[in-house]
Design a protein around this ligand. Structure first.
Ligand SMILES: [Zn+2]
Ligand SMILES: [Zn+2]
Length: 890
C-alpha cells in the first residue's frame, strides 16, 4: 500500500467533496429503510459568503448528521438559501449605483431582472463553500425561498391566514427606515443608549394669562405635530385645567388638554405632549381620544407641508431651528442631558422614524398560544435549556407582526386593489376581474413580504407543502434545528407558530443553540477589529478537517467558542499524527481490515487492550454527539488517537512485531469513530485500506462503532496500565536526571533498574519485560519476593504499603519510586478498613468541592466573558480530571 509522505489535505479534500456529491452518498429517500432523522439548514442569505460562525454551525450540524447516517438512520440534511429581501436589494442597488444608475429609475421589473441575474452569477457562492467544507447535505433537494414551490406555499399561507382573520391590513405606527425606504419589524430595529437631551417647553393655557403647562421631550421637532397635551386624572396640580386648551407655540394652533394615563405624575412635570403621528404610545392615546394625526415628517425624514415654516427641512435641521425659535419666543424653559434609547435600522444604521402607514399585519397572539403550549409540554426542547425562558418572555409579550415591506425584491403580496370600488381581493391566483364590481381595473399590492414570512415556513415548504408529499410524510416534523441565538425570534419562534398552525404539528423536536466564535482574547470577531477568521483562508492553510476539529474542541454547550491559530495548528498536527500512523501501518504489510483475530482465537494483550479502549471511546463518542457535547467528542478522539493508539498501541506493536492485521482492523474502527468530525482525512485513509468484499462505497455509509459491554476488557486495561506506569516513570526519571546534568542520560543511554513487585504486578511486568525494556531503553532485573517481603516488613509501620517499587540504580540515575499499581486487598482488618474509608470519604469530599467550584466558574457568564481562553480551558481540563478521579474513587 502506498501513501504520500506528507499530509497535504489540500490535495484530497476537494476531490472527496465532489466525489461525495457525484456518487449520491448524501441523497435521502423516503423509501430507504431506517428511522427518519431530518434537519433543515438555517438558510444563509443568498447575498452572503460564509463566515466562521456559519462554519461552526455547519460543522456541528454535519457531525450530528453524519453520525445519524452512520448509525443507520434515514438521514436528510436539506440545504438552501434565503432571498433576504432588504439585504439583497441593497447589494444590487449599490452595484447599480456604481454604474451610475438609480435603481428606482430602472423600474420594478428591470430591477428584479437584475437581481435574478446577479443571483445566477453569485448565488452559488454559498453552495460552493459548503461543498468545500464537507457539509453532507442532499443537494438534490436544495431550496431557495423564492423558488416556485416555496412561493406557492407563501401564497397559500397568506390566503389561509387572511381567510381565518389572522391577517389584516391596517393603519399603524411602524418603524420606518428613511434610507431603506421600508417599514421594519421591531426585531429589525437595533436599540442603543445614546446621550441626548430633554427639552422643556411651555405651552400657554388659553384664557388663563400667565398659566403654562410645561412638557419635556427628546424630539422637539415633533411638537409641530402635537394635537393635545395630557395630564393624569389623579394629578391635583392640573385638574382645574381639564377641558381647557393650550396654544401650541410656533404653530399657533389650539389643542386640547386631555386626561390620560400617558401622563405620569411621578415623571418630569407630569404633563406630556401628544403627537399621534410620530410616537407609538401617542398613537394609542390618539385613538382613545379621537385626536387628529398630523404628519410633520415624511418617508424621507423631511418635514412635510404640515410643519409650516419648517417644511422640506431635514428632521435634524428642523430640530435645531425649532429649538432656536422656541428660545427666541421664550417658550424654552430648560435643556437637560438625558440618556435615551435610540432605534436604528439594523441594516443601514439610520435612525428609525416612527411613522403611521398602512401595512399588512399578522395577528400573532392566537398563533403564539400554540407555540407556547408545545414548548411547555416538552414537545419541543431547547438545549441549553435556559433559552426556553427567553423564548417564553418574547412569546408572552408578542405584538402583531408587520409583514409588508416597501421593497421590490421578495414575495409580492397576493392582494389586488380594485380601481373602481376600492375592494381588496386576496387570492391564490391572479384575479381577472373584481369580484364585487366586475371591474377589470385591478392592480396588485406593490409591497413584498418580510423575508422571515417565507423562512418561517421553511421546515414544511421545502418538503413540498401544500402538497401531501412522501418527503413531508417521512421527514416532517424535522428532528433537530441547530442555529444561533440571534435568530431565535426572527426565525425559530415563527417556524414554531407557522408549523403548529399549518401542519398541526411542531416543526422540529429539538433546538440546539450554539455559541459565538471568538478570538483568543474572547473578543467578538469583527471587520473593524481586524480579528476576523475567514473559513476559506484557514481551511486552505490548515485543511478543513483541522479547522473543524479546532472549532469542535471549544464547542461546549452554552459557551462561546474560542478559535485561535494555535488551536488550528495543533489540530493540523493531530491530523498529521494520524496520517503518519497510517503510513507506518501501510508500510508493514498488513492484510485485510476485516476484524481482529489472534493465534487460536487468543488476541495478544495489546490488541485486547486497544479493543477495550476503542469500545470505551465509542461509548463516550456516541453519548457526546447525542448530547451535543462536541468538545467532549473532540477531546476523547484526540486522546484516543494520540495518547493511546499512537503513543502506546503502535509502540507495543513495534515491539511484538506481530498481528499487524489486528492493528489495521483497530485503525479502521478508529477512523469510523473519527469520521463525523474529520470526514476528509478519514475517507482518504479508509479508501486506501484493503477492505473486505461488499463494504460500503464510502466511510460515510459505514457503521458507527457502538459500545458493546462484552468488548470491555478490564483485565487487559489493568495489565497495560502497569506497563504504561513503569515506562512513564522511568522516562520521567530520565528526564529529571537529564535536567540535572548531562547528556549521558539521553534517550540513547540504556539505564539499569530493579523492580520489586507483589505477585499480581510482577506477573504482567515479567510478561512484558521486553516491551518495557525497549520502550524505556532500560535493562531491568526483578528482585525476588523475599527481598520485597523484607522491604515491606521494614516499612510495616506505614499504612500505605505499596505493591511496587522501582529502583533505578544506574550510575547516572539514582532514584527509587513507588508505583501506584496495587494488588487487590485480600484481607483487611475492620480498623484498617474504617481508616481507609475515612480517608477516601475525605478525598471524595474534597473532589466534590473542587468539581462544584469549577462548575460554578464555568457557568458564570461574567467570568466566562472576562477570563482569558487559556484559563477557561484549564478549568475545563481540571474539571474533567476531577470527575475522572471521583469516578475512580467511587
Ligand atoms: Zn435602513
Ligand atoms: Zn371593484
Amino acid at each position: 500500500m502506498q501513501i504520500e509522505k506528507v499530509y497535504e489535505p489540500q490535495r484530497f479534500e476537494p476531490h472527496w467533496a465532489q466525489w461525495w456529491i457525484d456518487s449520491g452518498i448524501f441523497r435521502a429517500s423516503p423509501e430507504n429503510p431506517g428511522r427518519a432523522f431530518s434537519l433543515v439548514i438555517p438558510p444563509p442569505n443568498v447575498t452572503g459568503i460564509l463566515h466562521i460562525g456559519h462554519m461552526l454551525e455547519h460543522t456541528e450540524i454535519d457531525v450530528t448528521v453524519r453520525w445519524h447516517r452512520m448509525i443507520g438512520d434515514n438521514t436528510l440534511w436539506l440545504p438552501g438559501t434565503d432571498h433576504a429581501g432588504i439585504a439583497t436589494q441593497m447589494v444590487v442597488a449599490r452595484q447599480l449605483k456604481e454604474e451610475g444608475i438609480n435603481y428606482r429609475d430602472l423600474g420594478r421589473e428591470k430591477f428584479e431582472e437584475r437581481v435574478w441575474q446577479w443571483k445566477a452569477q453569485s448565488g452559488d457562492t454559498i453552495k460552493r463553500q459548503m461543498v468545500r467544507l464537507g457539509a453532507s447535505c442532499d443537494w438534490s433537494r436544495e431550496r431557495f425561498t423564492l423558488d416556485p414551490g416555496l412561493s406557492r406555499a407563501v401564497r397559500e399561507v397568506f390566503v389561509r391566514l387572511y381567510e381565518k382573520g389572522l391577517l389584516y391590513r391596517g393603519e399603524y405606527m411602524v418603524n420606518w427606515c428613511p434610507h431603506c425606504h421600508t417599514a421594519l419589524s421591531d426585531l429589525e430595529v437595533a436599540h442603543a443608549d445614546v446621550a441626548g437631551h430633554l427639552w422643556h417647553i411651555r405651552y400657554p393655557v388659553n384664557g388663563m394669562p400667565g398659566r403654562y403647562l410645561t412638557v419635556a421631550t427628546t424630539r422637539p421637532e415633533t411638537m409641530l405635530g402635537d394635537t393635545a397635551v395630557a395630564i393624569n386624572a389623579t394629578d391635583a396640580r392640573y385638574l382645574d385645567l381639564h377641558g381647557k386648551t393650550v396654544q401650541l407655540p410656533l404653530m399657533d394652533r389650539e389643542i386640547p388638554i386631555i386626561l390620560d394615563d400617558l401622563a405620569d405624575p411621578e415623571f418630569g412635570t407630569g404633563v406630556v405632549k401628544v403627537t399621534p403621528a410620530h410616537d407609538l404610545n401617542d398613537f394609542e392615546a390618539g385613538k382613545r381620544h379621537n385626536l387628529p394625526k398630523i404628519k410633520v415628517i415624511d418617508e424621507n425624514a423631511l418635514m412635510t407641508g404640515a410643519a409650516g415654516p419648517y417644511a422640506t427641512f431635514d428632521r435634524f435641521v428642523a430640530r435645531k431651528s425649532v429649538v432656536a425659535d422656541l428660545e427666541k419666543i421664550g417658550a424654552l424653559v430648560k435643556i437637560e442631558d438625558y440618556k435615551l434609547s435610540l432605534g436604528k435600522c439594523d441594516r443601514c444604521k439610520t435612525a428609525v422614524e416612527p411613522l403611521i402607514s398602512t401595512q399588512w399585519f399578522v395577528r400573532t397572539k392566537p398563533l403564539a398560544g400554540k407555540a407556547i403550549a408545545v414548548v411547555e409540554s416538552g414537545e419541543i426542547g431547547f438545549v441549553p435549556a435556559n433559552w426556553t425562558k427567553t423564548y417564553y418572555e418574547w412569546m408572552y409579550n408578542i405584538r402583531d407582526w408587520c409583514i409588508s415591506r416597501q421593497l421590490w425584491w421578495g414575495h409580492r403580496i397576493p392582494a389586488w386593489h380594485c380601481g373602481e370600488c376600492k375592494e381588496i381581493v386576496v387570492a391564490r391566483e391572479t384575479p381577472t376581474a373584481c369580484p364585487r364590481c366586475a371591474s377589470l381595473n385591478l392592480t396588485q399590492d406593490t409591497d413584498v413580504l418580510d423575508t422571515w414570512f417565507s423562512s418561517g415556513l421553511w421546515p414544511f415548504s421545502t418538503l413540498g407543502w401544500p402538497d401531501k408529499t412522501a418527503d413531508l410524510a417521512k421527514y416532517y416534523p424535522t428532528s433537530l434545528l441547530i442555529t444561533g441565538f440571534d435568530i431565535l425570534f426572527f426565525w425559530v419562534a415563527r417556524m414554531v407558530m407557522m408549523g403548529c398552525e399549518f401542519m398541526g404539528e411542531i416543526p422540529f423536536k429539538q433546538v440546539y443553540i450554539h455559541g459565538l466564535v471568538r478570538d483568543a482574547d474572547r473578543q467578538k470577531m469583527s471587520k473593524t477589529k481586524g480579528n476576523v477568521i475567514d473559513p476559506l483562508v484557514v481551511t486552505e492553510k490548515y485543511g478543513t478537517d483541522a479547522v473543524r476539529m479546532a472549532l469542535l474542541q471549544g464547542a461546549a454547550p452554552g459557551t462561546d467558542i474560542v478559535l485561535t491559530e494555535e488551536r488550528m495548528e495543533s489540530s493540523r498536527a493531530f491530523a498529521n499524527k494520524i496520517w503518519n500512523a497510517a503510513r507506518f501501518l501501510f508500510m508493514n504489510e498488513v492484510g485485510q481490515a476485516s476484524g481482529l483475530s489472534g493465534a487460536e482465537g487468543a488476541l495478544p494483550i495489546e490488541d485486547r487492550w486497544i479493543v477495550s479502549r476503542l469500545n470505551a471511546t465509542a461509548q463516550t463518542a456516541n453519548r457526546a454527539i447525542e448530547q451535543y457535547r462536541y468538545h467532549e467528542l473532540a477531546q476523547e478522539l484526540w486522546k484516543f488517537f494520540w495518547h493511546e493508539f499512537c503513543d502506546w498501541y503502535l509502540e507495543l506493536k513495534k515491539v511484538s512485531g506481530t498481528g499487524w492485521g489486528n492493528a489495521v482492523a483497530a485503525f479502521e474502527t478508529a477512523l469510523r469513530l473519527l469520521h463525523p468530525a474529520m470526514p476528509f482525512l478519514t475517507e482518504e485513509l479508509w479508501q486506501r485500506l484493503d477492505l473486505p468484499e461488499g463494504h460500503p462505497k464510502s466511510i460515510a455509509l459505514a457503521q458507527y462503532p457502538r459500545y458493546r459491554a462484552e468488548l470491555a476488557d478490564p483485565e487487559a486495561e489493568k495489565e497495560i496500565a502497569i506497563i504504561q506506569e513503569i515506562v512513564t516513570k522511568i522516562r520521567t526519571m530520565r528526564a529529571y536526571a537529564a535536567l540535572d546534568s548531562n547528556a549521558l542520560v539521553g534517550p540513547k543511554h540504556q539505564l539499569t533498574g530493579t523492580l520489586r513487585l507483589s505477585e499480581c504486578i510482577a506477573g504482567p511486568a515479567r510478561a512484558h519485560q521486553q516491551a518495557i525494556q525497549k520502550l524505556a531503553n532500560v535493562s531491568l532485573t526483578f528482585a525476588d519476593r523475599h527481598a520485597f517481603a523484607q522491604a515491606a516488613a521494614a516499612g510495616s509501620g506505614t499504612t500505605t504499603l505499596k505493591d511496587g517499587i522501582l529502583y533505578m540504580n544506574d550510575s547516572e540515575v539514582n532514584f527509587d519510586i513507588e508505583l501506584q499499581a496495587q494488588c487487590p486487598q485480600v484481607e483487611v482488618s475492620p480498623e484498617a478498613e474504617a481508616a481507609q474509608r475515612k480517608r477516601l470519604d475525605k478525598e471524595r469530599e474534597q473532589l466534590e468541592k473542587n468539581i462544584a467550584n469549577s462548575k460554578r466558574q464555568l457557568t458564570d457568564e461574567t467570568f466566562l466573558t472576562k477570563a482569558p481562553a487559556k484559563v477557561v480551558d484549564s478549568i475545563r481540563a481540571k474539571l474533567a480530571d476531577y470527575e475522572a478521579q471521583l469516578a475512580k474513587l467511587s
